[in-house]
Design a protein around this ligand. Structure first.
Ligand code: PGA
Length: 261
């Protein structure tokens, strides 16, 4: 696991965007794993800036979302398919039919989960998966005690996650879905490069437990300690409880052959 501490969230964006630039230069038809939530927005803005500057094209790339609410109508603005189109995919030259998410409106949700994993496999697997971390350590919508080897499947959101997300639903908890389809931790672990971001003091405990604590379903993101190529980029606030936070600030400075994350 590479752990990189930057001062502010905006310092993370170019570091992560560089990984996309390198990947897409080497493999224009790369498969990207996209996360929703507030955390990756700075990275998406930087990717849009590079696209608009002619430095980057997504024309041959494909993308898969991490998760989706169950039951939100197709035209609901908070469906993750709609959200990602607004904040990222609709702002670059990714073809709309090259972006897929789990089908939260499927009649058979279990079958939809299995089909989603199969679609990722058929696309050749995810090359670069971006991830946020929940304050309780959740990864995608894999809540505490989720199987560390689970596949894309139906899950129940915790009351805390529903409360956190009520801000997107007019602060009306009743409007927040109770269930979701989410890539499992096993699915996420098959990505070739997993990049997890965490910003702000409210993520500090989860970052400590997941980065320096034991691998445990209590802190689902801790499974990334077993990933062969996982990078964690956190700001000073989110890093504030890490024992080795000063080391993580300088580990990669001047390291021979280090090309970036
Ligand atoms: P956030 O959510 O990026 O909005 O903090 C992260 C998550 O809950 O996974």
């Amino acid at each position: 696991m590479e752990v990189i501490v930057v001062e502010r969230p905006e310092d993370a964006a170019p570091i992560v965007a560089d990984a996309y630039s390198r990947l897409l230069a080497a493999k224009p038809d790369a498969v990207l794993g996209l996360a929703t939530g507030s955390t990756p927005l700075g990275v998406y803005d930087e990717l849009v800036r590079r696209y608009e500057a002619g430095e980057l094209t997504f024309a041959s790339a494909r993308a898969f979302l991490l998760d989706e609410y169950v039951g939100l109508p197709a035209d609901h603005p908070e469906r993750y398919r709609a959200f990602i189109e607004r904040v990222f995919t609709g702002r670059v030259d990714l073809r709309p039919d090259a972006v897929q998410g789990p089908d939260g409106l499927a009649e058979d949700l279990s079958a939809a989960g299995v089909a989603y994993d199969a679609a990722i496999r058929e696309a050749g697997g995810i090359d670069l998966q971006i991830l946020g971390i929940g304050a309780d350590g959740h990864l995608a919508f894999n809540m505490p005690m989720s199987s560390l080897t689970g596949r894309t499947r139906l899950k129940t959101l915790t009351p805390k996650t529903r409360l956190d997300n009520a801000r997107f639903f007019d602060d009306d908890l009743d409007q927040v879905p109770r269930h979701c389809l989410t890539q499992g931790l096993g699915t996420i672990m098959e990505s070739r490069h997993a990049v997890m971001l965490g910003f702000g003091l409210n993520k500090a405990q989860a970052v400590r437990e997941c980065v320096e604590g034991a691998v445990s379903a209590r802190w689902p993101a801790s499974v990334l300690q077993l990933h062969p190529h996982a990078t964690v980029v956190v700001d000073a606030e989110a890093a504030s409880q890490l024992t080795f936070r000063e080391y993580y600030r300088t580990t990669y400075d001047g390291k021979p052959d280090w090309q970036g994350i």
